[in-house]
Design a protein around this ligand. Sequence first.
Ligand code: 9Z3
Length: 324
Amino acid sequence: MDSRNGSVSETPLDAEIGSFFDSAPPLKDCDGIAKKLKDFIEFNSPPPGKGSPAGVVCVTSGGTTVPLEQCCVRYIDNFSSGHRGATSTEYFIKAGYAVIFLYRRGTFQPYCRSLPEDSLLECFECSDDSAIQVRQPYTEAVKRAISDHHAAVAGGHLLKIPFTTIFEYLQILRSTAMAMRDLGSHAVYYLAAAVSDFYVPWKSMAEHKIQSASGPLDMRLVQVPKMLSALKKAWAPMAFCISFKLETDSKILLEKAEMALRKYRMHMVVANELSTRKEEVTVVTGNEKILVCCDKTRSDSDVEEPLIELIVGRHSAYVKDSDL
Ligand code: 9Z3
């Protein structure tokens, strides 16, 4: 804001973000997605005076792709199986939150952790009268997955929206933020998706499959605008925001997480190293570094359970402070 004349002045970042969205290919079923989001938020917003539910969490999960061709055959991908996002979603719902799960198509889904990863068909068999049955070792796991998943979706606590490209991801994230705007401090962003840092602008992208006969490939990738800044400053200024920092070199991990915390004004940054991400993470806040580990004495233990417990505690305190 320009205080002298009351007008809003555009920063270079605003211009970069504007040009990213203006030049992105239009999101398919944009209106359908906006309607689903609106209905979900309405359903999960308390009527005035009825006390507050825990809140609504936007969990992002999986990696975004960067297409190299408009009719896309080749793309650059970001590593993420979606395990962190899917598992965390289960714990948020268990803690009383409603979750908007923005996930990369084909990655892990909530409540499916104990099912076989490679072939779901392994769980089933056909009996003589052609009825389909669950095979013995999987009976309990399939029953639990179906009932927990259906209860979350039918109960209106879980909304799943898929993305593939960086263009889709950022457009859906922005629509989600618009839909969650009125939730104030009850809105939580848990940004576990592995988001591309560089992309090929749609307008400078080859239309058809790039031909290998043309020799070495020379291509300029542009930096993806820092949407965490936009989220915190403009889209969701009152929300409780948690981002993730992934590194493969442990020596720089905490320093990079602290930088992200300050630069994007996150409430928490979860720092994780690729090779140990399932066993431990360090949560960086304004004045602490909290090591969160899974219980190595239990085979079914995961790091997400204590992590979400910590986040829920901090978010509740944040809501109380904001309500004062
Ligand atoms: C993470 O760091 C996630 O914890 C993982 C989870 C992707 C490592 P999996 O899906 O793995 O369970 O296999 N996500 C954020 C990664 C990221 O790209 N962060 C950016 C960065 O580090 C900031 S948005 O610069």
